[in-house]
Design a binder for this molecule. Structure first.
Ligand SMILES: [Fe+2]
Ligand SMILES: [Fe+2]
Length: 262
């Protein structure tokens, strides 16, 4: 099974990048399943009905979210009806939305998509992703009989992401870090067969600061003054992971970092 995972899509430049390039890439590289992190797809913060609809029409089979799941309240309107959108699972039971989604490819396999959030330097506070994983891994296997499991691990610190990768190695096919929007060059297959990267990076404007207009960041960081974040304008890039997964063993056979420029 060949899986493409696209890092955090930031606002209209990120969506434009996918609108113009994703379907051709999926066809060229013979991708079977495409998962996109959409937590910043609505004007840079959160997801809304229109950004979700757009991303599905560009080729996404499943969308994952993160700490910005509810930054755009529009998501509350359809969170409990759109099963193909997965928000972090290790959160308050009061959160609407779905904990997991199975992409059923028939003979090509069954990919279960999970999103978990870290606990260090990130809000809202989540429960331990390690405990949540331990409590649920057998249920996932029984309930969905997946051939492969992908975990989007949404966290701030590299150490927590590496620790989760080591913990989940051999139990899932992929642990892919998201949230920092800055791609890391450490993609690897861990000793027990899990494909891993600390951060996939983002899909948005190259000239911005993590996809947002630099003026607001400088006002906040240099001048210590409040400022509203707005998406940056300009040429975009797509950062993603392309992985080949063994549907018999559940192991990752190949992991490749992908960066496309507009
Ligand atoms: Fe993000
Ligand atoms: Fe995030």
């Amino acid at each position: 099974m060949r899986v493409l995972f696209v890092g955090d899509v930031v606002a209209h430049p990120g969506k434009r990048m996918l609108k113009n390039n994703l379907k051709s890439f999926l066809a060229e590289r013979k991708v079977d399943a495409c998962v996109v992190n959409a937590e910043n797809s609505a004007a840079g913060l959160g997801i809304n009905y229109s950004s979700a609809k757009d991303l599905f029409s560009y080729g996404a089979d499943c969308l994952t979210l993160g700490n910005h799941s509810f930054s755009c309240v529009d998501y509350l309107r359809f969170a409990d009806s759109e099963k193909k959108i997965v928000r972090p699972a290790n959160v308050s039971d009061a959160w609407p939305g779905f904990d997991e989604y199975l992409i059923d490819l028939g003979e090509k396999g069954r990919l279960l998509v999970i999103s978990l959030m870290g606990q260090i330097f990130i809000t809202p506070n989540a429960d331990s992703p390690f405990s949540y994983f331990e409590k649920n891994i057998e249920r996932w296997k029984k309930e969905y009989t997946p051939t492969n499991i992908l975990v989007d691990f949404h966290a701030e610190t590299t150490s927590e992401k590496l620790a989760f990768g080591a913990f989940a190695d051999g139990k899932v096919s992929l642990v892919l870090g998201t949230h920092t929007h800055v791609v890391t060059a450490d993609e690897t297959i861990l000793p027990c067969g899990t494909g891993y990267i600390t951060d996939v990076g983002m899909t948005g404007t190259r000239a911005g600061i993590i996809g947002m207009n630099p003026d607001a960041s400088l006002r906040r960081l240099k001048d210590k003054l409040p400022s509203k974040y707005l998406p940056a304008e300009g040429e975009a890039e797509m950062n993603a992971i392309l992985a080949e997964l063994d549907t018999n063993t559940g192991k990752c056979l190949k992991i490749e970092r992908v960066r496309l420029y507009e």
